[in-house]
Structures are given as C-alpha cells and as structure tokens.
Design a protein around this ligand. Structure first.
Ligand code: ASP
Length: 591
C-alpha cells in the first residue's frame, strides 16, 4: 500500500497512529543528528522526522540522499511536534519515520515549487508539469473544475441538454481568422476549427432541443494578449421561444448561483446599460462600474473661444479624480501625460484643472480660461476642493477610448478596483452593424446571425445606407469588473431577413449559399425564434478569482506566439505527410 493518509490530513487526534505516506520531497533541513523533510502531495505538506538516535543508521544515511522532488514512500508514527507551526494545517504533528522507500529520484528541478516564484513564463511553460505542482496553479485548476461541475449541475437542473458539436467544421465567422485542417481524403480541401459552435447550436434549436449548452473549446487565430488564447473554453448556450429578457434572466441566475456556490458572494441584481450610455459615460462597451469617475463633456457654452485645441475639437471630455489635486506635482502630471501619449493610447495631450483644498484653482489651460470659466467646469464635474479634473479633446470616438484608458489607470492608482468586489452589469442594445471606413463595408458588430430589434426589422429590409448605421440589435454582453464575461443575442430565424443581413455584410448570394446554405436551408423547415449567449469560461474563472490573466486557469496554455513550449507545437511535419495532404510546395531548384 502506498498510503494510509494523504499529506494534508494528519492532526493531533492521530497521535500514535502508524501511517504510510507517499509524496514529493519539498525540501529537507539536516541538523546533523536529526533531519526534517517536508513531504508534499495535492492535499498539503506533512513534516517527516528522521532521528538518528532512534532509527537505524542506514535509514538516516538513506534519508540524506533525498533531493528536492524525489518521490518517496514512508512508514512511521504520528508524534507531537516540539515546535508547532500554526500556519500549517498539519503543523501540530510530524511523522517519526521508521521506513523509507525511494519510489523515484528527481533531477534538480530548474525552478522552485513554491507559491511565489520569479521564474519567467518560458521556464514555467516548458516545465509546466513542475509549475503545475505549485499550489496557486493547482488551486486555480481545482476552482475551474468546480466551476464547470456547478455550471453543468445548474443548467441540467433547468432542463438544458449538453450536446457535443463537431470540431472539424466549416468557418463560423466570429470576427477572427480560422485555424484550418487539411483533409487527406478530400484533396485540396480544408476543415476549419470552430470559432464557436454558433451555427450548430442554432441548428439544434431548429431540431427542437429547446435548451442547449456545452462547455466547449473554441479556436481563434488572432494576436494574443494576457486574456486571450488561441484555444479557449466557452459555456455556450442557446434557448428557443425566448425573449431577450428571458435569456438575461436565465444567465443572470446562473452567474448569481455560481458566485454564491463558489465564492459565497451574493451578487446584486445586474443593472442594464445601453451600449450608447456605456460609450458616453465610460468610453467602453465593458465599463468597470466598481467606481464612478464618469465622463463629463464640456460644450460650447462652457468653452469660450481662445484655446485652439479645444476650439477645434469634436469633443472635449474629462473625468474628476477625487482628492488627487495634492497628489500630482507638475512632474507627475508630465509623466501621466507621457503615459497617455504612448502609441498604445495616442493622446495628443492632457489638460488638468486642480481644485486646491484652499479653494484656489490651477490649470494647464489657465492662460486661456479665467477662474470663473474654470470654476464653471468644476461645478459641472461636481468637483470638491482637493479634486482634480483630467480633460482630453479631439475626434469623438478616439477621445472617448483614450479617456477610458485614463479612467481605468486612475482607478488602479487610486485603489478603486478591488478584485474582491464584484460589479456585474448587462450592456444591451448594441448596434447591429459597424461601418468599416477602410474596407468600406459593414461588419456585424456581434455576428451575422444576430437579430435587429423588432422595431428595426422594417428599416433593415428597406432602409438606406445611413439607416443601417442606426439599427440596433437584440444583442447583449455580460460585464463584470470591466471584463466582458459573455455575450449573445436573439437570432434571426427568418430566411429572408438572414439573407438580407448577408447582403448587407457584402456576401453575394452565391457566397452566402456556399458558406451558410445549410443554415438558410434549415430556416425553411420551421425554425423557432431562438437566442442565447456564450460565456468565456477561462475569463469567468479569472475574474471570479480576482486575477488578470486567464493563463493560469488553463492547464496547458500557449505563449504569446501561440506556442506550446512544453510539447513544442506548432512544429514542422514530414515531407511524406505534406505530400499526402497535397501541401507540398515544390520550390524551383536552387531555392
Ligand atoms: N457565438 C457567440 C460568441 O462566441 C456567442 C453567442 O452569440 O451565443 O461570442
């Protein structure tokens, strides 16, 4: 037998018990005549004691050969510790070892197996099996597992059925590039990996399944950031005969249940905010509403002419940073301005107005506006003595985006983004279409299957170009703490309307037929009204645990270049394989 107990289990009540434990050697302290070794497994750490005066010499010598990460089995007696460790659940006891068996030796590991390490990501990913031995990473994966199980249980209880949809499919547009897989049996043809199971879940509704979900891998070939992975997991859901309101209620219910069950947090009722409101108040369609600092615009009446930059700007808009007037010296303001001018943000400048504690006003545009004007601004922003206004100007959309970055940065600096506090909301009424100046085409803001609002259907079928820009969709996003956790829509279930949408998106009839003929076909055989959404499962894990990166909630993630550093993928394949797949490119001689 390898063990009678695990390494996190033994307590004072076990004193005198003969036990067998197995695990990894965390480390040893050799005191010459006594040696302490910490034995680790998934459940915890237990201290082993090798005592030369009590045990035989050979055992003691054998213990001395143990290195970090050796896998061992020990037999011994639970005894009370001389000096107890209150920080360790097993800290009252230790094991007086009588027998030691080395099950497997280990090379000296290239990284420490401790909670806090400062290894770079590359080492951690290359030796992911060692990294995964660390408690914080293990805890994340335990959390993930519990979240998946709780999700399944809740949805099953609500009559959802989990259906697996295929992985080798044809492109489903979600706005990213496809990963493709060549087909050996159909030479020169390719499968695409699903960016989501969108069309399949809609087909399942046509088939009458009524309520579907799936915890499913999705694949998107796009540039990577901390919260993006080329393969990631969704909780994908769809329902028939539902209004937007019913979808929101169902998944607000799921989210509230998950927070209660896993975090013992009672979420408040999710407020709803329209896309337009989110953009004008926060410059973002995923506002972090843990803090205020809402945007305030200055209009012509507050801006007497004189400062060209503001005079010529499409928009002058700012935020009020409470109590920050005294915190920012000229040098600090300069640094903040430079931060805003970095290419990632691209602001031209930053204007401040300090409302000093003594009631005086100081501003970088004091030359152009008198105190009365500046005080008018302060009043409009609702500023109190001690506060500071930060104002940007320029082209409308860009300026809002830049101010969003500044607001979030100020939120961070002022400690207003507490990861233990959760502020969810629904952002609703997204535009249906987005005009892309560069390609001179409409793109679907969500995806091509999203339905316009009922009162916009007529306008969509018959309206002109400008009308299209104003169409609103039954599309919604769930946002928590400034992170888009999920999104979905009520779908088009009418063939004509779906065709019109493909039309608007620039598909010819033939292209639409070739790519989505199956869906249009299905819509001819009694498609029920339906809608749904998908949660980003990795992100939900990260947000619930107050972490920024999804990587450590994925057992084997890819790095920023989309590489798996452990198995070294992607990798070249053999010539024969290329030939078989018709992928061998015969380069001209000499190349
Ligand atoms: N398929 C969508 C997505 O991946 C979600 C949905 O509309 O249900 O974002």
């Amino acid at each position: 037998m390898y063990r009678t107990h695990n390494c996190g289990e033994l307590r004072m009540e076990h004193l005198g018990t003969e036990v067998v434990l197995s695990g990894w050697v965390q480390g040893s302290r050799d005191l010459g005549f006594m040696m302490y070794t910490d034995l680790r497994d998934r459940y915890g750490l237990t201290q082993l004691l090798f005592n030369e005066q009590i045990t035989d010499k050979d055992l003691f010598e054998q213990a001395r050969t143990l290195g970090r990460e050796f896998v061992i089995r020990v037999e011994g007696t639970v005894i009370e510790r001389q000096s107890k460790n209150p920080n360790m659940p097993t800290g009252d006891i230790e094991i007086q070892v009588s027998k030691l068996e080395i099950l497997n030796a280990s090379k000296v590991p290239p990284m420490l197996i401790e909670d806090e390490i400062d290894e770079g990501d590359d080492i951690r990913m290359k030796y992911r099996y060692l990294d995964l031995r660390r408690k914080p990473v293990q805890q994340n994966l335990f959390f993930r597992s519990k979240l998946a199980i709780a999700t399944r249980a809740y949805l099953a209880d609500q009559d959802f059925i989990e259906v697996e949809t295929p992985v080798l499919i044809k492109s489903t547009p979600e706005g990213a590039r496809d990963f493709v897989v060549p087909s050996r049996m159909n030479k020169g043809q390719f499968y695409a990996l699903p960016q989501s199971p969108q069309t399949f879940k809609q087909i399942l509704m046509v088939a009458g399944f009524d309520k579907y979900f799936q915890i499913v891998k999705c694949f998107r070939d796009e540039d990577l950031r901390a919260d993006r992975q080329p393969e990631f997991t969704q909780i994908d859901c769809e329902m028939s005969f539902v209004t937007q309101e019913q979808v929101l209620e169902t998944f607000e219910g799921l989210t509230r249940h998950l927070f209660k069950k896993l975090k013992n947090v009672d979420l408040p009722k999710f407020p709803r905010m329209t896309y337009d409101e989110a953009m004008s108040k926060y410059g973002s369609d995923k506002p972090d509403i843990r803090f205020g600092m809402e945007f305030v615009e200055l209009g012509k009446e507050e801006l007497p002419e004189g400062f060209v930059v503001f005079d010529n700007a499409e928009l002058v808009v700012g935020i009020c940073a409470e109590g920050q007037a005294a915190e920012y010296s000229n040098k600090d303001i300069k640094k903040l301005t430079e931060w805003m001018q970095r290419p990632q943000i691209g602001a031209k400048g930053l204007v401040y107005v300090k409302y000093n504690a003594d009631g005086s006003v100081k501003s970088s545009v004091g030359k152009f506006y008198n105190d009365e004007v500046l005080k008018g601004w302060l009043e409009k922003f609702g500023a109190k003595p001690g506060d500071m206004l930060l104002i940007l100007s320029g082209e409308e959309e860009k300026t809002r985006k830049q101010l969003n970055e500044l607001r979030l940065e100020m939120g961070n600096r002022m400690g207003l983004r507490n990861p233990e506090e959760f502020k969810p909301l629904w952002v609703v009424d997204f535009p249906l279409l987005e005009w892309d100046e560069e390609s001179e085409r409409f793109h679907a803001m969500h995806h091509p299957f999203t339905s316009p609002k009922a009162h916009d259907v007529e306008r969509m079928l018959n309206g002109d170009h400008e009308t299209m820009k104003a169409l609103r969709a039954d599309a919604y996003d769930m946002v928590i703490n400034g992170v888009e956790i999920g999104g979905g829509s009520i779908r088009i279930h009418d063939r004509e309307l779906q065709s019109r949408n493909f039309d608007l998106l620039g598909f010819t009839k033939e292209e639409a037929q070739a790519q989505f003929g199956f869906l249009l076909g299905a819509f001819e055989y009694g498609a029920p009204p339906h809608g749904g959404l998908a949660f980003g499962f990795d992100r939900l894990c990260a947000v619930m645990c107050g972490q920024n990166s999804i990587r450590d909630f994925i057992a084997f993630p890819k790095n920023n270049q989309g590489r798996d550093m452990m198995i070294e993928a992607p990798s070249p394949i053999h010539d024969e394989q290329l030939e078989e797949l018709c992928l061998k490119i015969n380069l001209p001689e000499g190349d």
